[in-house]
Design a protein around this ligand. Structure first.
Ligand SMILES: *Cc1c(COP(=O)(O)O)cnc(C)c1O
Length: 386
C-alpha cells in the first residue's frame, strides 16, 4: 500500500514526531541549518541532496513536496524548481551539451520551443521539431549526436498525442534519453515513467498546486539522474523553490485526486451538452470519441481533465472576439489548472510578432473547466453563443 495515493498524500514524507505531532507540517523558513559537531557537518556535506544544510539545496518543507510528487509519478525522486519552464530548461541542459542534438515534438509548450531555438543554439545544441505521432519521421531525424527525445503528450492547444511506449522503445534502440512534459494529464491521470520515460516534468503551477497562487515546476526521475542533475544544474543555476511555495503545494496536493475527478466529470458534462451546436465547428479534447487520437488517449490516460479547445464556426476574428467578450463566468487569462474556469482566445495573439502561432487559427479558443458547478459554466457559454 506504499504507493496508494491516500498514503502518499497523507503520510509519505511527513515527519510529525519532529514537530509536536502536528497534523499539518510547519513551514521551515530558514536559509541554513546548524550542526553540533564537525563530524555531523562533514557527513551532511557529503550528501547535500538529502541532508539539511542550506535551503538552496534541500529544505524539509520542499523535500516533503518533492517526495510526494515523485511517489505519485512512480519515480525514485524529484527536484522542485521555481517554474515549469525552469524544470524544462534544466532537463534539456542536463541531457544535451555542445555538439549534441535534441529531437522535440512539434508545437510543444511555447517556451520549450524557445529554449531550443533561441537559447541553447547559442551554446551549440542542435534541434529538430517533429510530428510526434510519426515514428518513422522521428527515427529519420536520429543522428549519431542525438541525445534526447523530448515529448509532450498531450500538448495544450491541439492536444497532439504520442504513443509513449513506442517512442520509448525507439529511443532505447538508439540510446536516447526520453523526457516528457506531463502537465496536461497530471500524475493522477497519466504516469509516463511507468511506460518507460526517463524524465517526467510538470508545471506544478497547473493542476498539482491547483489554486492559481504558485508558479513552480518539478522534474521526476531515477535516483541516478536526480543525483546528477542536482550537482550539474540545480545547485549551479539555482532556480529553486522556496519553502512557503512548497507548503502551498503540499496543501494543493492533498486535494489533487478529488479536484481531477470533479474537473473530469464537469468537462464531460459540458462537452456532451455542446455537441452539435451550430456555432461550433470542432471541439478538440482527447476523450471526445471524435478526436483523431481518441483510442491512444484512452490507452495511455485514465482521465483527461478540464482543458479543451473550441474551433468556432464564425465568419471573422471580430465575431470570435465579440463572443468571448460576452462570456461572463469564464475569465480571460493565461495558464490553467486552478479552481476557476478560464479561456484563452488565440485571436489575442494574432499579429503580435513572435507570439503568433501559425498552426492555431484565430477561430480557436482554449477553455479550462474549474471547480464551479458545470451547469453554471454551461449556461454562460450557451447564452453567449445565442
Ligand atoms: C504552463 C506550462 C508550462 C510552464 O510552466 P510555468 O510554471 O508557467 O513555467 C510547461 N508546460 C506546459 C504544458 C504548460 O502548460
Amino acid at each position: 500500500m506504499k504507493d496508494h495515493i491516500s498514503y502518499i498524500l497523507n503520510d509519505l514524507g511527513e515527519g510529525r514526531s519532529n514537530y509536536y505531532n502536528a497534523m499539518s507540517p510547519p513551514i521551515i523558513q530558514t536559509s541554513n541549518f546548524v550542526f553540533p559537531t564537525v563530524d555531523t557537518f562533514r557527513e551532511a556535506i557529503m550528501d547535500e541532496l538529502n541532508a539539511h544544510i542550506y535551503t538552496k539545496g534541500n529544505n524539509p518543507t520542499v523535500e516533503m513536496a518533492r517526495k510526494k510528487i515523485a511517489a505519485l509519478e512512480g519515480t525514485d525522486d524529484a527536484l522542485l524548481f521555481a517554474s515549469g519552464t525552469a524544470a524544462i530548461s534544466m532537463t534539456i541542459m542536463h541531457c544535451a551539451g555542445q555538439g549534441d542534438h535534441v529531437i522535440c515534438v512539434r508545437h510543444p509548450y511555447a517556451w520549450t520551443a524557445t529554449v531550443l531555438s533561441k537559447y541553447l543554439v547559442r551554446f551549440g545544441v542542435e534541434y529538430d521539431f517533429v510530428d510526434g505521432s510519426d515514428l518513422e519521421a522521428i527515427e529519420a531525424l536520429i543522428k549519431p549526436n542525438t541525445k534526447l527525445l523530448f515529448l509532450e503528450s498531450p500538448n495544450t492547444f491541439t492536444y497532439d498525442i504520442q504513443d509513449i511506449e513506442a517512442c520509448v522503445a525507439l529511443a532505447k534502440q538508439y540510446n536516447l534519453i526520453t523526457a516528457m512534459d506531463n502537465s496536461y494529464a497530471s500524475p493522477i491521470f497519466q504516469q509516463p515513467a511507468k511506460m518507460g520515460v526517463d524524465i517526467v516534468i510538470h508545471s506544478v503551477t497547473k493542476y498539482i498546486n491547483g489554486h492559481s497562487d504558485v508558479v513552480a515546476g518539478v522534474v521526476c526521475s531515477s535516483q541516478k539522474i536526480i543525483n546528477k542533475m542536482f550537482v550539474d544544474e540545480f545547485m549551479i543555476l539555482g532556480g529553486i523553490l522556496p519553502p512557503q511555495e512548497a507548503a502551498l503545494i503540499l496543501r494543493g496536493l492533498r486535494t489533487l485526486p478529488i479536484r481531477m475527478e470533479r474537473i473530469q466529470k464537469s468537462t464531460e458534462y459540458i462537452l456532451a451538452k455542446l455537441k452539435g451546436h451550430p456555432k461550433i465547428k470542432r471541439v478538440y479534447y482527447p476523450f471526445d470519441p471524435d478526436f483523431p487520437q481518441y483510442d491512444l488517449a484512452r490507452k495511455q490516460m485514465s482521465g483527461c481533465g478540464g482543458l479543451f479547445t473550441i474551433e468556432f464556426d464564425l465568419p471573422d476574428k471580430a465575431s470570435v472576439i465579440a463572443l468571448v467578450n460576452s462570456i461572463k463566468r469564464w475569465k480571460i487569462a493565461v495558464s490553467w489548472g486552478g479552481h476557476e474556469a478560464l479561456m484563452f482566445p488565440i485571436a489575442a495573439l494574432h499579429d503580435i510578432p513572435g507570439r503568433d502561432n501559425p498552426h492555431i487559427p484565430w477561430s480557436f479558443v482554449r477553455f479550462y473547466v474549474g471547480l464551479e458547478e458545470p451547469e453554471y459554466l454551461l449556461a454562460d457559454l450557451l447564452e453567449a453563443m445565442g
